[in-house]
Design a protein around this ligand. Structure first.
Ligand code: NZQ
Ligand code: ZN
Length: 390
């Protein structure tokens, strides 16, 4: 185990009928609230009505900033910052999935400075004291509800960059699993894939030789995410499955899994973010294409780790280390296919001729994230693996 500090300041309120707490939880930070939401689902399923009622009962003055789209864009963040400044908002409340919460985090950070918010994402400025943020999570996937990260796409430069700072943690996040019962099955699956990817990024990039507690925690999150998703595919209203998937996705990227692993990286996300930036691919759909390819690219580099994953997650015990490692990757890829998440770039209509530009874009993010060991050729090789049947 490597030395570590684990400190997650986000208060989680979990369970049925917890949304009404949002008003008092948010007005604890101020009365003038910017309410950030997506492109319609929270209006349709009544969550926004509950939030407005709760805010009114708590005496809040609410200014609304709807319209956050999936893979949130810088222009919409800038508009939200202008609104927050215009009304001198004291706190922000996000109602939605990772896209809404990430945009809200960027607004919180940008509303208190005079420079452009994108400067945070390219390492030109550091975070000061963002506006306080509360959230109502409506989709189990990103973990943004309980972490310090945010991911925004700059449409002009076609860069989808992530940025993290501990001051970006939401103060309070309300996780009512019933809100996710309206998530379509495709985005439910993409969310499970994203949660699994968050675990695999750390599981396969740690250099620590002996991390049994973390390994089994991570393996358990992968197994649970798959099992819950399978149940939801059969019964979308299954509360327990929705609740377990929601909590697994939150735990998959709230710092707990990385404790003691030392330096870890996010290489699969480094590549996927370019797919989402260029082609507006759903994040989880891009990941289910990149993950098996990246794992196959790792076969010669860490066969034992891959074989351990295969044995513990898929119960693969036959053959030698390399065979078990391969079997584990095949089984994970088969699971992605079983929940209709794509596994080949051609399924996303991404042409091979674009691979050099995608690789170059991913490398730029890799440099900002200080992910070493990758170059243009290596990333193009991984992209080619994401197009060939194994
Ligand atoms: O806008 P609405 O109408 O709500 O539609 C959304 C959107 O179209 C819909 N949706 C959300 N909740 C729903 C619902 N539909 C019905 N019922 C509900 N309850 O689902 C679609 C996808 O929503 P989105 O927020 O984009 O999905 P997700 O939560 O997967 O977030 C994806 C974003 O998170 C970023 C990704 O890059 C991507 O931009 N990530 C953030 C991270 C972080 N902050 O730590 C880490 C992740 O790796 C990820 O990169
Ligand atoms: Zn992700």
């Amino acid at each position: 185990m490597h030395n570590f500090v684990f400190h997650n300041p986000t208060k989680i309120i979990f369970g049925r009928n917890t949304i009404p707490a949002i008003g008092t939880e948010t007005t604890a930070f101020g009365r003038r609230i910017l309410l950030v939401s997506g492109t319609g689902s929270a209006e349709k399923n009544g969550i926004l009505r509950q939030v407005r009622e709760s805010m009114a009962a708590a005496g809040a003055q609410v200014f609304e900033h709807p319209g956050v789209r999936s893979n949130p864009v810088l222009s919409h963040v800038r508009a939200g910052i202008a609104l927050a400044k215009k009304h001198d908002c004291e706190a922000v409340c996000a109602v939605g999935g990772g896209s809404v919460i990430d945009e809200a985090k960027a607004i919180c950070a940008g509303a208190v400075v005079n420079h452009d918010v994108w400067k945070f994402f390219i390492g030109k400025k550091s975070i000061t004291t963002p506006l306080p943020l509360t959230t109502i999570l409506t989709l189990a996937a990103s973990g943004s509800e309980m972490n310090s990260g945010m991911v925004i796409t700059n449409e002009e430069t076609r860069q989808k960059f992530g940025f993290g700072n501990k001051k970006l943690h939401p103060q309070v996040s309300i996780l009512d699993p019933t809100t996710t019962c309206t998530v379509p099955l495709d985005y439910t699956a993409y969310g499970a894939v994203d949660a699994i990817a968050h675990v695999l990024e750390f599981y396969f990039t740690t250099k620590e030789p002996f991390t049994p507690v973390q390994d089994r925690l991570m393996e358990g999150l992968v197994i649970n995410s798959m099992e819950c998703c399978n149940r939801i595919m059969l019964a979308p209203e299954d509360y327990q499955a929705r609740a377990d998937l929601m909590w697994a996705a939150t735990l998959a990227l709230n710092g707990l899994t990385a404790a003691g692993l030392g330096k870890v990286g996010f290489p699969m996300h480094m590549i996927e973010h370019s797919l989402s930036a260029f082609y507006d691919v759903a994040h989880g759909a891009g990941l289910s294409v990149v993950i098996p390819a990246w794992m196959r690219w790792q076969l010669d580099l860490q066969p034992e780790r891959l074989a351990q994953f295969a044995m513990r997650v898929f119960d693969c015990h036959d053959g030698n280390t390399a065979q078990r490692a391969n079997e584990g990757i095949d089984r994970l890829e088969q699971w992605f296919t079983s929940v209709n998440s794509p596994t080949r770039l051609k399924q996303l209509n991404i042409p091979e001729k674009d691979f050099p530009e995608i690789a170059c874009n991913a490398l730029t993010l890799g440099k900002i994230w200080r992910i070493d060991g990758y170059d243009q050729d290596k990333i193009e090789a991984i992209l080619r693996l994401a197009n060939t049947a194994n």
